[in-house]
Design a protein around this ligand. Structure first.
Ligand SMILES: C[S@@+](CC[C@H](N)C(=O)[O-])C[C@H]1O[C@@H](n2cnc3c(N)ncnc32)[C@H](O)[C@@H]1O
Length: 269
């Protein structure tokens, strides 16, 4: 199985869309859970933190907004910048990943999060254990199954796979399969992050990316799409959400605020 290493990608364009959006969703959902326990599931949790090393992809992502003097009105993007990008120089520091960001966001709302973090990569699991081992959180070293008990009792599922199944990547999951998880939840609250892959010279988008957007929309998801490039392998990403309307709006607002700073192209569906 081809394993995915997020160290090089940490803080890239995808993360700069994904993580403020995750904070927005959890802050909005948190309002309804104030003072109570919240079961957070990360189906593809990754590391707890990554180093930010010179020459890696963060320079095209968080590096683009790190020292901008433009004012940010959006509360979720403001928190993201204040909590994670406040060092004078980013290089040599660390970037937090989704589990830590989720835990921070929920605890800032006074919520006791109980997290179930799935991953299959040894270094990612090691990193999760260093941060969350020995706590009440669960680190699960195998792929999640829709019938897992943690799924049926979850309040929110974050689905951020390394990619979707294709002939080139036969070990990656099918979208159909990932959509099964929400069916096990009492009150579905789900966020997907998926890359938009490009066709190269033509600047178009692969059939796989186009089909996934259509399928998610057909399944009733709100899809916010951002494009930052034309001719790279990954030309953009989508955030697809099934959340209460106010939370979906808050996610869209956070994504819009990022694109206002970066100048990336935003499309809603
Ligand atoms: C895109 S990264 C996750 C990034 C993370 N959610 C974040 O935002 O910080 C995808 C992760 O999925 C893990 N992975 C790949 N296949 C998996 C599977 N079948 N089950 C669980 N995790 C898997 C990889 O090891 C990798 O750490």
């Amino acid at each position: 199985m081809r394993l995915y290493d997020h160290n090089i990608k940490a803080g890239n364009q995808g993360d700069l869309i994904k993580h403020p959006a995750l904070m927005a969703a959890l802050s909005a959902l948190g309002e309804a859970h104030a003072g109570s326990e919240f079961n957070y599931i990360d189906l593809f949790a990754g590391y707890s933190i990554n180093p930010l090393l010179e020459g890696n992809e963060w320079q095209q992502g968080i590096g683009q907004i790190h020292q901008t003097l433009k004012a940010v009105q959006n509360k979720d993007l403001q928190n993201y910048r204040d909590w994670y990008l406040s060092r004078p120089a980013l290089s040599g520091g660390v970037y937090p990943r989704s589990a830590l960001i989720a835990s921070d966001t929920l605890s800032a709302r006074g919520i006791t999060a109980s997290m179930t973090l799935y991953d299959i990569s040894a270094p990612a699991l090691e990193s999760l254990k260093r941060c969350f081992g020995g706590t009440h959180h669960s680190i699960v070293p195998c792929p999640a199954l829709p019938e897992d008990r943690a799924i049926s009792t979850s309040d929110f599922i974050f689905i951020d796979p390394p990619g979707l199944y294709s002939e080139q990547n036969p070990t990656f999951p099918h979208l159909n399969y990932l959509l099964e998880f929400e069916q096990r939840m009492a009150r579905p609250a789900v966020m997907f992050w998926l890359p938009i892959t490009g066709t190269g010279e033509t600047g178009g988008e692969t059939e796989l990316s186009q089909q996934s957007v259509q399928q998610l929309r057909g399944a009733g998801y709100q899809v916010d799409k951002v494009r930052w490039a034309d001719h790279q392998r990954t030309v953009g990403c989508i955030i697809a959400t099934r959340l209460p309307a106010s939370a979906q709006q808050r996610v869209s607002d956070a994504i819009k605020a990022v694109t206002e700073l970066t100048g990336w192209q935003l499309q809603y569906y």
